[in-house]
Design a protein around this ligand. Structure first.
Ligand code: CP
Ligand code: NVA
Length: 314
C-alpha cells in the first residue's frame, strides 16, 4: 500500500484497504510505543499545525506523534499567520508547502482545508472542520476494534446532534467498515443528506446498515457501542437557538435509562471529548465508561501517527 503524498480531506478519500492499512499501522505503532520502540521514521521532517479553533487532543497527538518519530511540529494559530486575511489561503499554502513536509489544519470552513490541499503540494490533514473530523473517526474505529474485534455487523449508535463533524466522519467510517450504524436525533439535526447518500452507496459493497431514527430507546436496542458528542460545537456557542437545541436534544442524553434500553450489559460508551457532563452524557455514565473514553483519547495519538507515517513515507 502506498499512500505517500496523499492528503486527508475526509474519509471518503479512503477505500476499505487503505482504511485497514492505516488502522493496522495504528495498532502496530501503539504496540511499538508500549514496548518503548521508537524507530524515528520521520526524522528531519517538519510539520505545520494550523489552528483556527482550540484543540487539546488533536494538537497534543500531532505534537507527541511527531516527536516520537523524530519530526518537529510547529503550532500556528490563526493569529500567528496571515491565513486568508493579509495573505490569501492559496499563497499561505504555497509558502508552507515549501517549508514543511506536511500540514495539519483545524478550522471552520471545509473550503479552507480544500484550498490548502489544492495549493500546498504536500500532504494536508483535516484535523476538524465544520463538516468532517476524519482523524477522530479513525481513532473511534481503532478503539472499537480493540473492544469488539471484527466490526462487520457490530452495532454503533450515535445519540445527539446528528449534523456535525464527528457524526459525519463516524457515519462514513462505519459505512466503510461494514458496521451497523444508527444515528438517533430529532429531524432537524439529521446528518447532511449528501453524506448519507454517499454512505448508502458505500454500504452496498461493505454491507453496512445505516439508519436514522428519532426514537432513542428504539435506536439503542442491542447496541454494542453508544457514541455521543457535544450538542453545541466550536463556533456555535453564540447561536441564538442553543437553549432550545439543548431542550430538544435532552431525550438523546446518554444516561442510565438509555444504557438499560440497550439490553446489552457489555455495551460501552465512547465520547470524542471534550464533554459537557449532564448535557449529552450524565456524569455517572461518563465515569462508568472512562476506561473506554480515555482509551479513545489516547488512540488519537497512535492513529494520527499512523496517518502521518502512511502519507509522509513509503
Ligand atoms: N476530540 C478532539 O478533537 O479533541 P480536541 O478538540 O481537544 O482536539
Ligand atoms: N463537534 C465538536 C467536536 C469536538 C472534537 C466540535 O466541533 O466542537
Amino acid at each position: 500500500m502506498n499512500l505517500k503524498g496523499r492528503s486527508l480531506n475526509n474519509l471518503f478519500d479512503l477505500n476499505i484497504d487503505e482504511f485497514n492499512y492505516i488502522l493496522n499501522l495504528a495498532h502496530q505503532v501503539k504496540k511499538e510505543k508500549k514496548s518503548n520502540i521508537f524507530p524515528k521514521r520521520l526524522q528531519n521532517k517538519n510539520i505545520a499545525l494550523i489552528f483556527e479553533k482550540p484543540s487539546t487532543r488533536t494538537r497534543c497527538s500531532f505534537i507527541v506523534a511527531a516527536h516520537d518519530e523524530g519530526a518537529h511540529a510547529e503550532s500556528l494559530s490563526g493569529r500567528d499567520i496571515h491565513l486568508g486575511e493579509k495573505e490569501s489561503i492559496e499563497d499561505t499554502a504555497r509558502v508552507l508547502g515549501r517549508l514543511f513536509d506536511g500540514i495539519m489544519f483545524r478550522g471552520f470552513k471545509h473550503k479552507t482545508l480544500e484550498m490548502l490541499i489544492n495549493y500546498a503540494n504536500v500532504p494536508v490533514w483535516n484535523a476538524l472542520t465544520d463538516i468532517h473530523h476524519p482523524t477522530q473517526a479513525i481513532a473511534d474505529i481503532m478503539t472499537c476494534q480493540e473492544y469488539l474485534g471484527k466490526l462487520n455487523g457490530k452495532k454503533i449508535v450515535y445519540l445527539g446532534n446528528g449534523n456535525n463533524n464527528v457524526t459525519h466522519s463516524l457515519l462514513i467510517a462505519s459505512s466503510i467498515m461494514g458496521m451497523e450504524i444508527v444515528i438517533s436525533c430529532p429531524e432537524r439535526y439529521y446528518p447532511d443528506q449528501s453524506i448519507v447518500q454517499q454512505c448508502i452507496k458505500l454500504s452496498k459493497n461493505s454491507k453496512a446498515k445505516i439508519s436514522i431514527l428519532n426514537n432513542p430507546i428504539e435506536a439503542v436496542k442491542n447496541a454494542d457501542c453508544i457514541y455521543t458528542d457535544v450538542w453545541i460545537s466550536m463556533g456555535e456557542e453564540k447561536n441564538s437557538n442553543n437553549e432550545e437545541k439543548c431542550k430538544e436534544l435532552l431525550p438523546y442524553q446518554v444516561n442510565k435509562k438509555i444504557m438499560s434500553a440497550t439490553k446489552n450489559s457489555e455495551c460501552f460508551v465512547l465520547h470524542c471529548l471534550p464533554a459537557y457532563k449532564n448535557l449529552e452524557i450524565t456524569s455517572d455514565i461518563f465515569e462508568e465508561n472512562n476506561k473506554f473514553i480515555f482509551d479513545l483519547a489516547e488512540n488519537r495519538m497512535h492513529s494520527i501517527k499512523a496517518v502521518m507515517l502512511a502519507t509522509l513515507i513509503n
